[in-house]
Design a protein around this ligand. Structure first.
Ligand code: GLN
Length: 481
């Protein structure tokens, strides 16, 4: 059912299919599967855009991603389209410009078919925190698709697009990819421009793809990546041709298994552990050198992340005040002489934000407050540095590190909403990559006894996406999904 862009492109260039017909059938399928709640908006007019790409294909002038059917997480700006971030506070907000990634993709003739559902402001691990209702996991609709990019993961897994964009601040691409059985790539921090991405935690946020193959993820990264003068944190490094690395022999690659304290308890399910161990055996048999690497600060990743990310979020979300744009409480007292409009701020934010976003703002404000700044925020910054150093050291010995993507397979709706800490712990294997700014990929490695997908995570050195892509591609070739 779920086709890869690579396959489609072959047929397109052979003249066997057209972009227009293809987009129409994708749109029809998406409507058919509206019960999944993966899309917040579908763009019917994209069939016309597809027609234009068909003419370019005929003329031989089509772009590198001609006719790729793409869905975009609703936290990335597309000109003249609503940009809700899964929040009521931005329900009617329309973007006036394209994000850099959107500009780049459009210029390569991608067809954008819609915007996908997500946890409000990308805070969550199950997409249950969307103001527009949860997304169902297409593999088992009684279960969550993961989060926060759950709509994008579900759309790719259900065959409603070839590729989807997500964002990863603490695992929001990799964990839903794992739960839905697709490939999810979080690039190095700074590899992809954040211009036009609504900020959650600016020193962590990265845009990346979901795809039905490692090849498709590598291909779109070639277009997404690169310097952008409108994002000063985007790197000025040349962009490799990622796809050309994929078929390298993995023999003599060195892969690490992270060993560290486990006082918090990763809660890893037996079947997940076994699936990962099996892949390690396959890699070993292919000549990969497997080594243990020590990660002494592994236990501190979740607390460090939840201090720093909430601190940054509390600052980034200040701008939703009911005055400049977005939702404004109806019965709030207006700004007037003697009033600073507190009523507008308080009521608009109280009504506009959901419970999880409020929790994060309060946590973040607390850790930044004068009396606690040193004890929490400053200390967490120091620990972030130590975690980064653990990785630097490990990567002197190995080219990549293997972990499960998530401790369990997809859980049932409501299983973790009553205990925020349990929800936060679903990111235990993913947040370290965001703390260190390194790339990570989740690749499906089979299913558990309930037929739920299991994801394997590979982490790599900064700006060495090609290494984890090559290893993931090898694993994909050997894994019968
Ligand atoms: N689940 C994590 C959180 O809630 C990560 C979110 C993300 O990567 N956007 O913060």
């Amino acid at each position: 059912m779920a086709d890869t862009y690579r396959n489609f492109r072959e047929k397109l260039l052979e003249g066997e299919v057209t972009c227009k017909n293809n987009v129409e059938s994708y749109l029809a399928r998406a409507k058919n599967k509206s019960n999944l709640n993966a899309f917040l908006q579908l763009f019917d007019e994209s069939a016309e855009a597809a027609e234009k790409v068909d003419s370019k294909v005929k003329a031989g002038t089509a772009g590198k991603l001609a006719g790729m059917v793409l869905a975009v997480k609703d936290v990335i700006a597309i000109k003249d389209k609503r940009l809700t971030c899964g929040s009521k506070i931005l329900e009617n907000f329309v973007s006036v410009y394209d994000a850099t990634v959107i500009e780049r993709l459009k210029s390569e003739d991608v067809i954008i078919v819609g915007k996908t559902n997500m946890d409000e402001f990308a805070m969550g691990s199950s997409t249950e925190y969307s103001a527009y209702g949860p997304v169902l996991n297409p593999v088992d609709t009684t279960r969550v698709p993961g989060g926060s990019s759950g709509g994008s993961a579900a759309a790719v897994a259900a065959g409603l697009c070839h590729v989807a964009l997500g964002t990863d601040t603490g695992g929001s691409i990799r964990q839903p990819a794992s739960f839905c059985g697709v490939v999810g790539l979080k690039p190095t921090y700074g590899r992809v421009s954040r211009y036009g991405l609504v900020a959650f935690a600016s020193s962590f946020d990265v845009i990346g793809p979901f795809a039905n193959s490692v090849y498709d993820a590598a291909l779109i990264l070639e277009v997404l990546a690169g310097h952008d003068e409108r994002d000063s944190t985007s790197a000025e490094r040349a962009v490799p041709s990622y796809t050309s690395f994929l078929d390298r022999d993995v023999k003599n690659f060195r892969v690490g298994i992270a060993k560290g304290p486990d006082k918090v308890g990763t809660g890893i399910a037996d079947e997940v552990r076994e699936a990962i161990e099996k892949q390690i055996d396959i890699l070993r048999a292919a000549g990969v050198e497997i080594k243990e690497v020590s990660m002494p600060h592994l236990d501190y990743t979740i607390p460090t992340y939840y201090i720093l990310a909430t601190a940054e979020a509390s600052s980034n979300l200040e701008r939703y005040d009911g005055a400049r744009y977005g939702y404004r409480a109806k019965d709030a007292e207006e700004l007037s002489e003697g009033s600073y409009g507190e009523d507008v701020y308080v009521k608009s934010r109280t009504e506009g934000f959901g419970a999880e976003v409020k929790r994060r703002i309060m946590l973040g404000t607390f850790v930044l407050s004068a009396g606690y700044y040193d004890a929490y925020y400053r200390k967490a910054q120091k620990v972030r540095r130590l975690i980064k150093e653990d990785f630097d050291k490990a990567f002197q010995d190995v080219d990549a590190i293997i972990t499960p993507t998530a401790p369990t397979t997809a859980f049932k709706f409501g299983a973790k909403t009553s205990d925020p800490l349990q929800m936060y712990l679903s990111d235990i294997f993913t947040v370290s990559a965001n703390l260190a700014g390194i790339p990570g990929i989740s690749v499906p490695v089979g299913k558990d006894s309930q037929s739920l997908p299991i994801g394997l995570q590979l982490l790599g050195r900064q700006f060495e996406e090609e290494t984890i892509l090559t290893l993931a591609n090898f694993i994909e070739q050997w894994t019968i999904r």
